[in-house]
Ligand binder design. Structure first.
Ligand SMILES: [Zn+2]
Length: 259
């Protein structure tokens, strides 16, 4: 920020104010580049959510890497999940490579301007991917409180879940994915008869409607995008939705779908 031209700052501030105003930025289909702001020396255009200022590669570390890991969490390879730990290791490199390939970029596992600009196109001013919102991921309360983790952690987990869903959505032809719920406080979970250890209480889980894809296609695709818990048709209580979640361990069950 410190070395950027003033117009850049104003644009960023305007974006920040917009995000701060409380109304979600989901109306904007993509993060608009700041007009005239990009110069030859800039790595990427300004972004109201998060702007990377360098190239990241295996061996890099810190908050910039952690922010990148959130965005590529949906590209861990089948059955895997990447750590959101700020350490750019082989798994992060592979995820970045898959992200790049998914969007037709040079797939070298090094995150530079082309990768960051694609991410800017894919995110709203509140850092959610353009096709998902915090509101969709929390139909229980407005402040993410009352779960099994802090409100901040629950919200952060939901953000990762949204980026996984964005990756899955893209892999399935960019058709809308219906999210019928996500985070639940302990009391919301009890009210709907959720499991005592439900990952909904951690912000990790999302319940998906059939949409145009169907429950089984969603369950199958979820295996490729970082979901360690997948419950769908044939699993008790899951004939009318597909449940996907992150978190440790793996449990996939959708017998009617061959999972
Ligand atoms: Zn669920």
């Amino acid at each position: 920020m410190r070395s950027r031209p003033i117009g850049f700052l104003l644009t960023a501030l305007a974006g920040a104010a917009l995000a701060f105003g409380g109304t979600t930025a989901s109306a904007s289909p993509s993060a608009a580049p700041a007009p005239g702001a990009a110069s030859a020396g800039d790595v990427g255009t300004a972004d109201a959510c998060y702007t990377w200022s360098g190239t990241l590669r295996e061996g890099s570390s810190g908050e910039a890497v952690r922010q990148l890991q959130i965005r590529v969490a949906g590209y861990p390879g089948t059955g895997n999940q990447i750590a959101i730990d700020g350490a750019f290791g082989p798994a992060t490199k592979a995820a970045v490579t898959r992200f790049q390939a998914a969007y037709g970029l040079a797939a070298d596992g090094i995150a530079g301007p082309a990768t960051f600009n694609k991410i800017y196109q894919l995110q709203d001013n509140d850092c959610t991917p353009v096709n998902f919102t915090y509101a969709e991921l929390n139909r229980c309360n407005s402040d993410w409180s009352g779960g099994k983790v802090s409100a901040a952690t629950a919200r952060a987990n939901a953000l990762v879940t949204m980026w996984k869903l964005q990756a899955m959505r893209h892999a399935m032809g960019d058709r809308p994915i219906t999210v019928n719920g996500g985070f639940r406080s302990v009391s919301c979970n009890s009210a709907v008869g959720g499991a005592a250890n439900s990952r909904h209480m951690y912000g990790h889980a999302a319940d998906l409607g059939a949409g145009s894809q169907g429950f089984c296609a969603l369950a199958r695709a979820a295996r490729n995008h970082g979901f360690t818990e997948i419950l769908g048709p044939g699993y008790p209580g899951h004939n009318d939705h597909t449940h996907v979640a992150g978190g440790s361990g793996r449990f996939w069950s959708a017998p009617s779908c061959g999972i």
